[in-house]
Ligand binder design. Sequence first.
Ligand SMILES: C[S@@+](CC[C@H](N)C(=O)[O-])C[C@H]1O[C@@H](n2cnc3c(N)ncnc32)[C@H](O)[C@@H]1O
Length: 245
Amino acid sequence: MDNQSALLNEYDAWFDSTGLKGFLARQLFGTFGLWAASTPLIRLPEELSLTAKTTHLDIGSGTGALARHLSLRTESPNAPVLIDFSSIALKIARENKPMGMPDRNTVPHLLQATATDIPLKTATFNLITCGYVAKHLDETDLFKLFSEAYRLLTPGGLFLLWEFGPSGNKRLDRWNSFVLSRYVSQPILRSTETLQEIADDAGFGFYEDARLRPFLFPPIPRASILAGKPPEGFEVSDRLRTETP
Ligand SMILES: C[S@@+](CC[C@H](N)C(=O)[O-])C[C@H]1O[C@@H](n2cnc3c(N)ncnc32)[C@H](O)[C@@H]1O
């Protein structure tokens, strides 16, 4: 069995489990997790000035909590698209009713696919998000993910990716990797600088540390990057390829 099939089996087992493990997975990758483990994302509509014109794709969506949140907050008539390789995660996403506003446009389109090869039309979305997937991908696959995000963005669109990252302290990082590897096999922790290099290689015109923080839970640092595809005819100066302070 290759690594991706093994990982998919792990996630399916998590989401499908009827015990405490399944309950925790559904909570952690659901609305509760959005508030407890991905707190800065709650303010994305303000931080990125999202409007009703948002066309959103979430890669590795889990149960779709972020897409539902953004949909409700932006009141975009464009249904978000959720991609996940786990049919069980997508089944939970389908069953999760949007809270508050039962507008059919907040009901997402669901697509079972891998993050590195997305069967959707080029230049379709002006916002692409991807949370907690990068740690599973080696260099080649992470480059493919960034390249797919670049291809799928409309000119002027934004790609936001976040993941557990290194702390800068080797002993602490070994401990964090040990803690994470109890839940997912062999996570790869990358710094924001590394993510920026990959964004550059994938052709993004500009990118910066998204400075998404604080994450409240678990107490492991996150790396995050906001990368943009310049509007047509826009010359990107080196100044816009922002260095991490
Ligand atoms: C840790 S969960 C995060 C879910 C969601 N992004 C969140 O922040 O709550 C990672 C999700 O990505 C999916 N995933 C992992 N690797 C993937 C890949 N290569 N292609 C598509 N989905 C993937 C898993 O099935 C899982 O639903």
